[in-house]
Design a protein around this ligand. Structure first.
Ligand code: DAH
Length: 337
């Protein structure tokens, strides 16, 4: 009989580990804890047990009964509570919203610009953020004492003589010319640095995308056509464009590309300083001295170059009129794009 009690105890313990609902608990009770249940029927057979074994057998049986009953009570309390919580859940409440991240507006602009230029046959090239004065200025035809050097307030690297944080992406033009043979058709996106007072219009760190095309007999007309084709894809066919003569040491002739103001549609407003136009790119025909610095014969090849500011383009596209908003990473701003 003691054997049987031990077996029953093992089977009760096993069953208890599977009880995870009130239904299963009820079945457990009906099997073991009622008058006709397993434990009670063992009690009834106690009278047949030899006298000397009775006390011990009775004790074992009582322990088993107490164990089964207390486990039953514990589970009942626990499962009743779960039942209550289920009842208290309001299934009509709307679901919780999942916040998904998005690409930063600057990244979106950059991706779009790169996509358009790549679709026009341009390849992507990159150069270092830490440049030397040779690539950043000299090779780009900035004479040592030329005032154009002052146009770019530069962060020099202390104690490193000729090392600086590049002030524009144009030095990558030189690196590409030195490492590839024409025809060259490249865009060069990247981060640039200038020691400027931070304001709604300028930051000390921003992004540019440079372009370079070098081949035999490249013309200014091709430059104009390419940039207009790009700008129409970027801003839509309704935008108006104009070229203005300008000056850069590394291009001759040089020009700037303007787009009709997206806010006032050319009528004149605060954003376009009442001119109706916004500048979006600098460009020109690559200066012969620059071709020479890049190891390319200016008698045989010509080329055009251009440079866009990515923050500028992003501001025009999003209508954000303070450049600092692009770098504060306030989720209320970013989540709108
Ligand atoms: N590097 C010029 C700047 O930072 C932009 C630029 C103008 C790039 C004309 C060019 C170019 O390639 O041809 O303001």
């Amino acid at each position: 009989m003691q054997e049987e009690i031990k077996k029953l105890e093992a089977s009760i313990k096993g069953e208890l580990s599977f009880v995870d609902s009130l239904d299963k608990l009820e079945t457990f009770k009906l099997t073991h804890l009622v008058k006709k249940g397993t434990i009670q029927s063992l009690f009834e057979r106690l009278k047949d047990v030899p006298k000397e074994l009775k006390p011990e057998t009775g004790k074992l049986l009582n322990q088993l009964k107490q164990f089964a009953e207390s486990e039953y009570q514990n589970l009942k309390t626990k499962l009743d509570k779960t039942q209550e919580t289920i009842v208290n859940i309001d299934l009509t409440l709307p679901g919780r919203r999942n916040f998904k991240g998005t690409f930063h507006p600057i990244n979106q602009t950059l991706t779009k610009m790169v996509e358009i230029f790549v679709s026009m046959g341009f390849e992507i090239a990159e150069g270092p953020d830490i440049e030397d004065t040779y690539h950043n200025f000299d090779a780009l035809n900035f004479p040592p004492d030329h005032p154009a050097r002052d146009m770019q307030d530069t962060f020099f690297i202390e104690g490193e003589g000729n090392l600086l944080l590049r002030t524009h992406t144009s030095p990558v033009q030189i690196r590409v010319m030195q490492s590839q043979k024409p025809p060259i058709r490249c865009i060069m996106p990247g981060r640039v640095y200038r020691n400027e007072a931070i304001s709604a219009r300028s930051l000390a760190e921003f992004h540019q995308i440079e372009g370079l095309y070098i081949n035999k007999k490249v013309t200014f007309a091709e430059l104009k056509g390419t940039l207009i084709a790009f700008a129409k894809k970027m801003y839509g066919n309704d935008s108006k464009f104009r070229y203005r003569p300008s000056f850069f040491p590394f291009t001759e002739p040089s020009a700037e590309l303007d787009i009709s103001c997206f806010l006032c549609k050319g009528r004149g407003c605060r954003v376009c300083k009442y001119s109706g136009w916004l500048e979006i790119a600098g460009c020109g025909m690559v200066h012969p001295n620059v071709l020479l610095a890049g190891g390319i014969d200016p008698e045989e090849y010509t080329g055009y170059a251009f440079g866009f500011g990515i923050e500028r383009v992003t501001m025009l596209k999003t209508g954000i009129d303070d450049i600092r908003l692009l770098y504060e990473n306030d989720i209320r701003v970013l989540s709108q794009f």
